[in-house]
Design a protein around this ligand. Structure first.
Ligand code: C2E
Ligand code: CA
Ligand code: CA
Ligand code: CA
Length: 276
């Protein structure tokens, strides 16, 4: 048994070593990815429930790796947070999303809001506001068509977070709480943060039709949000049943595979963006 245990240990170590090598190499590549222009944004439609009209697009980053192919954010965002690259990557995301949205508007497409995800570090970076100002000015995008998605990390630097959010609001940018219901003290945000949208986390939406508790929670979030004059976006909507439930309970906007997976800009343009 001991020998076996030892063998397992050796194998396990080899695997661990492989993993560490992979991660190290990925980090080396990640450092070059920005200057090699290997990041791309995919966009996922957000559909107004009452009208069926496209009202927004969430920008979601992918890494077009030269040999490994298209890498999803789940595989490199954490790494980028650990080594500090996330701030630069995040700035690229904001820049690219605003530029793309402005291009679409200039081409005469129906204007939609573009949402970008802000990481913890990026949110706490002291120059976030001046960077935002600079991008708004340079791209000439109307800030009414820009939304930032934030999560529970806001709780960490509470007073500072409120300050940053107030400044974003002053710039005219929309604010959305992502993955709502999963973090802690989220109800506090509703009370004290100047937010416009609440995104109900996918975990509540996916079990909506099978789990009475999820249904109760979703209904309660919608009512609560509306009473506080916030709009509600459901994420991870995959079925007609889920959509019907959300519509019946006055959820404002839906996003999920039922409508579309995130798509590259050219596909979004062809399928979703119609000339005014
Ligand atoms: P998120 O912000 O919660 O984004 C939603 C994720 O759910 C996306 O995964 C999206 O493709 C996926 N999704 C959308 N609809 C459905 C559905 O109906 N069913 C299922 N099963 N999944 C759905 P993605 O693109 O892999 O992004 C994962 C996470 O990576 C995001 O979660 C976000 O936290 C982070 N992320 C993505 N882009 C960025 C970025 O530019 N900056 C930062 N800081 N984080 C990003
Ligand atoms: Ca998000
Ligand atoms: Ca989310
Ligand atoms: Ca999420």
């Amino acid at each position: 048994a001991k020998a076996q245990g030892k063998n397992c240990y050796v194998v396990h170590n080899a695997e661990l070593l492989n993993e560490m090598m992979d991660e190290y190499m990925l980090e080396v590549d990640l450092r070059k990815a920005l200057e090699n222009k290997e990041f791309v944004l995919y966009y996922q439609p957000q559909i107004h429930n009452n009208t069926g009209v496209l009202v927004g697009l969430e920008a979601l980053i992918r890494w077009q790796h030269p040999t490994l192919g298209l890498i999803p954010p789940g595989k490199f965002i954490k790494l980028a947070e650990e080594n500090g690259l996330i701030t630069q990557i995040g700035e690229w995301v904001i820049d690219e999303a605003c530029s793309q949205n402005k291009k679409w508007q200039d081409a005469g497409m129906m204007p939609v809001k573009i949402s970008v995800n802000l990481s913890t570090q990026q949110f706490l970076t002291r120059n976030l506001i001046s960077f935002m100002e600079e991008v708004l000015e340079r791209t000439a995008i109307d800030p009414a068509y820009v939304v930032v998605e934030i999560t529970e990390y806001m709780a960490m630097e509470y007073d500072y977070s409120i300050q940053v959010l107030e400044q974003l609001k002053t710039l005219g940018i929309g604010i959305s709480i992502d993955d709502f219901g999963t973090g802690y003290s989220s109800l506090n945000y509703l009370k004290n943060f100047p937010i416009d949208y609440i995104k109900i986390d996918r975990s509540f939406v996916s079990e909506l039709m099978n789990n009475e508790k999820d249904a109760i929670i979703v209904k309660a979030i919608i009512t609560l949000a509306h009473n506080l004059h916030k709009e509600v976006i459901a994420e991870g909507v995959e079925t007609k049943d889920q959509l019907d439930f959300l519509k019946n309970h006055q959820c404002d906007i839906s996003q999920g595979y039922f409508f579309s997976k995130p798509l590259p800009a050219d596909k979004i343009e062809k399928i979703y963006l119609v000339q005014r």
